[in-house]
Design a binder for this molecule. Structure first.
Ligand code: IFM
Length: 442
């Protein structure tokens, strides 16, 4: 059914998202410490074209302009992340007031402009000093993250009403510590599992701190979910898809929702499991106000082959299949199986090879992508799935991690030579879509 025939709830939260390292720049300003992404991106061969986030979109100096863009877009919420190395340049201990001041001003400016900040505490920029002491595979990083959360909430907790503890634990642990394609670039399955476990414990500990220090706020986590579809109905393909689902999705989703680590995966990882201390699983299962879902694509899995391309399907510049029905089914599945309290789409969007021609960026493929996925969301809501908001990834073209600036996800084009912002056609489309939804039925 087309979106034009269905309406979102009148209190639905319309938003856009970014993350500190991908947009801020000002990497050496006002006492910011080094992060694992500064170190990784400065290492030859790690990032396309040797790009770094040293300047990125320079939002550190251009927030006023970007807030103006968000106002004209008509969104009511903005998802941003706090850069841990700005707050605690040495990871623990000394607090850098200038870093806190920056986010303090930003939160005030957002609120003054009718934008509700949804603040992510960890979007992958671990202080390098903590990596040097073992990084996420080391238990100490849980303590450090808990202290960092205390510092941030004590300054921003009187105004921020929504917190996201961790962003995409699978990516942070497996791409960073298992496959080595993200910072810090380690390649060890046992390190990835230890990192993942500590990221989840850190999530639970942060949730406790937030509940205590900012009891009126809502707490969630953003999990990246890639639904796994078997290539065929044959048993081997179904089993392979289930295993991939365990690796990619269930391993993170189930403990956060209080079910512990899935038994089949515990058996599979038996030899390389990290130490799970008494009480860890209860900590990870801290009650949530909402579950954030980052959805981009699905995966088709074939036994003894792994992921296979879906025949005839459209793909984005990331090589990800455009598959809105996967989002609809995922949302209904989550509600049916897990019944989370509330859901947000904390990220959804697409990279395409956008070009600026005569001052315009005609990104019709992104518009279709967004139409399809919003249609999936509203269809799920109509089935009773409690989706409360949608954050488009991303407001701006930005530093796409190991792809540098070669992948554009923004609805605002950024000229990375001049830092000029040019709203794309998708920006206009999203603006009009939100306005129509706000206007209600005609
Ligand atoms: O850019 C990233 C973001 O940082 C986390 N989720 C996926 C996006 C696109 O790859």
């Amino acid at each position: 059914m087309s979106q034009t025939t269905r309406a979102f709830p009148s209190d639905f939260v319309w938003g856009a998202a970014t993350a500190a390292y991908q947009v801020e720049g000002a990497a050496a300003e006002d006492g910011r410490g080094e992060s694992i992404w500064d170190r990784f991106s400065a290492t030859p061969g790690k990032v396309v074209d040797g790009a770094t986030g040293a300047v990125a979109c320079d939002t550190y100096h251009r927030n006023a302009e970007d807030i103006g863009l968000m106002r004209s877009l008509g969104i009511g919420a903005f998802r941003l992340s706090v850069a841990w190395p700005r707050i605690l340049p040495e990871g623990r201990g000394r607090v850098n007031q200038a870093g806190l001041d920056f986010y303090d001003r930003l939160v005030d400016d957002l609120l003054a402009n009718g934008l509700d900040p949804y603040v992510t505490l960890y979007h992958w920029d671990l202080p390098q000093v903590l990596e040097d002491r073992g990084g996420w595979p080391a238990r100490e990083t849980v303590e450090a993250f808990t202290e960092y959360t205390e510092v941030v909430v004590s300054r921003l907790g009187d105004r921020v009403r929504h917190w996201i503890t961790q962003n995409e634990p699978w990516v942070a642990s497996w791409l960073g510590y298992g496959l080595g394609v993200h910072a810090p670039g380690r390649k060890s399955d046992s390190d990835a599992l230890a990192a993942g476990h500590h990221i989840l414990v850190a999530h639970g500990r942060a949730a406790e701190v937030l509940r205590r220090e900012a009891p009126a706020s809502e707490v969630g986590i953003a999990i990246d979910l890639v639904p796994m579809y078997p290539f065929s109905d044959n048993e081997a393909d179904v089993e392979a898809a289930h295993r991939e689902d365990g690796f990619r999705n269930r391993w993170f989703l189930e403990p956060v929702l209080g079910r512990g680590y899935p038994e089949d995966m515990l058996e599979r990882y038996d030899e390389i499991l990290p130490t799970i201390e008494d009480g860890d699983m209860d900590t990870i299962a801290a009650p949530l106000d909402f579950l954030g879902i980052n959805y981009y694509t699905r995966s088709v899995v074939r036994a003894s082959v792994g992921e296979v391309p879906a025949e005839g399907a459209e793909h984005t510049e990331m090589g990800w299949e455009v598959y809105p029905d996967g989002l609809y089914r995922l949302l209904v599945h989550l509600q049916t199986v897990y019944e989370p309290p509330e859901l947000y789409i904390t990220e959804n969007g697409a990279a395409f090879a956008d070009a600026r021609e005569n001052g315009r960026v005609a990104d019709s493929r992104r518009v279709s992508y967004l139409e399809g996925h919003l249609d999936a969301v509203v269809a799920a809501i109509a089935e009773g799935v409690p989706v409360r908001g949608y954050f488009l990834w991303s407001l701006l073209d930005n530093f796409e991690w190991a792809f540098g600036y070669s992948r554009r996800f923004g609805i605002v084009y950024v000229d990375f030579d001049t830092l000029e912002r040019v709203p794309k056609d998708s920006f206009t489309w999203y603006r009009d879509f939100i306005a129509t939804q706000r206007a209600g039925p005609t």
